[in-house]
Design a protein around this ligand. Structure first.
Ligand SMILES: Cc1cc2nc3c(=O)[nH]c(=O)nc-3n(C[C@H](O)[C@H](O)[C@H](O)COP(=O)(O)O)c2cc1C
Length: 199
């Protein structure tokens, strides 16, 4: 019997990527936790932020592509992954498009990043990523009340093979893994609650 050669099979695979969305909390002011994401993991960070804020507010967690207006919200938190050493370009675009409306309410910004999660130099990474957040936030006339870098998540299995190959080529070290610290995210969200919500 002839053995099948390496080229005998074509593997097709569509990675399952979920962008989390939902409404949390029953009373209080309305907060948007909007996020951008390519592979879904920043959405899970956004949900964690939303869960903590929902202890005292009504929270809508949404992918930014589903947010046309921020007029109904009393406060806004917006997050996105770092890509090519910048806050994701489409998130910066969204922030600029809604900048005037956002500056009318208290707002906060966060990012997810693999180098922030992996690097042992947490202090240096914090400075670098806060600069990156400040650069992104400049498109909004008013400064954010708070900003935070968080570790990210990279799973080559969620990526199209060509993208995974490209990423592995570009990355200086092995960057796959889950470096999200959800307890840290919850602590930050609880801390910024009073900054976003008037008593
Ligand atoms: C195309 C691409 C470029 C990236 N560039 C960077 C980078 O410059 N610095 C970094 O720390 N992480 C970088 N990352 C890692 C992401 O920021 C991290 O995996 C993030 O948590 C992914 O979020 P997502 O699952 O919501 O898309 C990059 C990821 C991708 C896919």
């Amino acid at each position: 019997m002839a053995a099948a050669g390496a080229g005998a099979f074509t593997v097709t695979r569509a990675p399952l990527i979920t962008m989390a969305e939902g409404d949390l909390g029953t009373t209080g002011p309305r907060i948007l936790v909007g996020y951008d994401s390519q592979y879904g993991s920043t959405g899970e960070v956004a949900v964690t932020v939303g869960q903590a804020l929902a202890e005292r507010a009504r929270v809508s967690v949404r992918h930014l592509s589903h947010v046309d207006s921020v007029d109904d919200f009393d406060a806004i938190v917006v997050g996105a992954p770092v890509q090519q050493n910048r806050w994701k370009a489409s998130a910066t675009q969204w922030l600029g498009d809604h900048g005037t409306a956002i500056s009318a309410v208290p707002w906060a910004i966060f990012l997810t990043s693999m180098s922030f999660g992996i690097s042992p130099d947490r202090a240096g990474q914090t400075v670098a990523k806060q600069q990156l957040l400040a650069a992104a936030a400049r498109v909004v006339p008013s400064p954010p009340k708070a900003s935070a870098p968080f570790g990210g998540f990279l799973d080559y299995g969620r990526m199209a093979p060509a993208n995974a190959a490209f990423y592995m080529l570009m990355a200086a070290d092995d960057t796959a893994g889950d470096f999200r610290d959800f307890a840290e995210v919850t602590r930050w969200a609880r801390k910024i609650g009073p900054l976003l919500l008037k008593p």
